[in-house]
Design a protein around this ligand. Structure first.
Ligand code: HEM
Length: 464
């Protein structure tokens, strides 16, 4: 239990006034990201936002973020939003707390340690090469590609082969539809049909039932394949996992929920990160040229491995900077179990606390010219002077993203390989906006880009 300071109870948390009854709900709905950035600018790093009957606390002060995610994390449990995730993912790492979560995290953790992750490198190389070979054909025909679909397929194929030992390629078009809908179900709520009970035959409920059917089928196929081949490090761990209290093997439902959690949490986020990195480079010729110079010099036309990463500092910086400006998970809530104090302000028991990497990452107090894409801000010098919790694209503390090392390696390899072989440009007039009311920072529409092969280079190909 945290003791409140004597003055905490009397301090009013600053925040926008909003309108009677609804509070700031209209501005929130119009553009959540813009509204939250404005709130930080006008009211500071701890502010209170009234959303209808509810008060929500937006927290970006680095010490307070550390307190919520690390120092007093036991007091801050998964908020209501995670209930939405449960509709599709059931009880997996993302949606559970306490002993159940701890046992599951421990069981699968070995697949995400540095050494195990290095083995994912060759899978990323193969999947990226397949994509780039196809891009060459399409560039020859003068066809643009949709970067949303391409990045989603790349990360899904890599994740499925490397962790689960399963080639998901034939199912990728169907799975893309399912994942698009699942994301909508998980992140958009508040309409009347969403309040209907799940047995009512609404269009939404029918689609959820279809999603679950297709995803359960995928899980069954993956398990069947693993039983036949023994491939997939994560599958091995999941099939062997036991309950620490009873020693019993995980039930089929437990296995299914954990597999779906990792499939869904692992590929969409990485795809969104790759997409924004590629778009940022398309718009920043100076950064793109610096990246090309580095990958050409260090790799000299061959494919990268995990061991090359220390020699590709600018490539790493490009990805770090993209995750700063466009963190795929840009907002996440916690509920305070007991009353607490953040930055000298009282936080009542039961209130929702909102952490937003997007808002923290654009705080002008810690980031010069925060809206600009500048990979050099991650050079060792400037990084040293920044407080820790001003940058947390993967969260922090015990609930930090389990796949962060995997995502970073995959992104670095894919970005290096794409820069070896292609330059991209957005089709003229194409305007990209991110999905304001969705938690995942996906553009609202498809993103068509033109492909420009780099004068016949064959960087990263096996035959290079
Ligand atoms: C750029 C890519 C990624 C980003 C930005 C990202 C971001 C995050 C964040 C911010 C959290 C913490 C959420 C919270 O505390 O409420 C999280 C948790 C999680 N992520 Fe990731 N993630 C990425 C890639 C991955 C990958 C590749 C995997 C697995 C293959 C993965 C699996 C998970 C899981 C299972 C959790 C829940 C962990 C737990 O609570 O124990 N993520 N991720």
């Amino acid at each position: 239990m945290t003791l409140l300071s004597p003055t905490a109870g009397s301090r009013q948390v600053p925040g926008p006034r909003g309108v009677p009854v609804l509070g700031s709900l209209p501005q929130w709905k119009k553009s959540t990201a813009e509204f939250l950035l404005r709130t930080q600018r006008d009211h500071g790093e701890i502010s209170r936002i009234k959303l209808g009957p509810q008060n929500v606390y937006l927290v970006s002060d680095p010490d307070a973020v550390a307190h919520v995610l690390k120092g007093n994390s036991a007091n801050y449990v998964r908020g209501q939003l995670y209930e939405q995730f449960r509709i599709v993912m059931g009880d997996g790492l993302l949606t559970t707390d306490g002993d159940y979560w701890k046992a599951h995290r421990r069981a699968v953790q070995p697949a995400f340690m540095r050494k195990a992750v290095a083995a994912i490198g060759p899978y990323t190389v193969d999947a990226t090469n397949e994509m780039l070979d196809d891009w060459e054909e399409r560039a020859r025909r003068g066809e643009p590609v949709d970067l949303v679909a391409e990045t989603l397929r790349l990360t899904l194929v890599t994740l499925s082969r490397s962790l689960f030992g399963f080639d998901v390629r034939p199912s990728t078009p169907v799975l893309k539809d399912v994942v698009d809908h699942v994301i909508e179900v998980m992140f958009k709520h508040g309409t009347v049909t969403e309040m209907m009970p799940s047995w009512m035959p609404t269009k939404r409920n029918r689609l959820i039932a279809r999603d679950r059917r297709i995803l359960t089928r995928l899980v069954d196929d993956v398990r069947e394949r693993h039983a036949a081949t023994g491939e997939g490090r994560l599958m091995e761990l999941i099939e062997a996992a036991t309950d620490p209290a009873t020693g019993a093997r995980w039930s089929d439902e437990e296995i299914r929920d954990e597999m779906l959690t990792i499939y869904l949490a692992g590929h969409e986020t990485t795809a969104v990160a790759l997409l924004w990195t590629l778009l940022s480079l398309a718009n920043q010729p100076a950064s793109r040229e610096e990246l090309e110079e580095e990958t050409d010099r260090v790799l000299a036309g061959r494919a990268p491995t995990a061991d090359d990463m220390d020699d590709l500092p600018f490539t790493r910086n490009v990805i770090d900077e993209s995750l700063r400006l466009y963190p795929p998970i840009w907002i996440y809530p916690r509920d305070a179990v007991q009353a607490d104090e953040l930055g000298g302000y009282p936080i009542p028991a039961g209130s929702s606390v909102l952490l937003s990497p997007l808002v923290s990452h654009r705080n002008p107090r810690y980031w010069d010219n925060p809206e600009a894409f500048d990979p050099h801000r991650f050079d060792p010098g400037p990084s040293k002077d920044r407080p820790k919790m001003t940058y947390f694209p993967f969260g922090a503390g015990a609930r930090m993203c389990i796949g962060n090392l995997m995502a970073l390696l995959e992104l670095r390899i894919a970005v290096a390989m794409i820069s070896q072989r292609f330059r991209l440009s957005l089709l003229p007039g194409d305007f990209v906006r991110y999905g304001d009311t969705s938690i995942s920072l996906r553009p609202l529409n498809e993103v068509l880009v033109t492909l420009h092969p780099r004068d016949g280079r064959r960087g990263g190909r096996k035959d290079a």
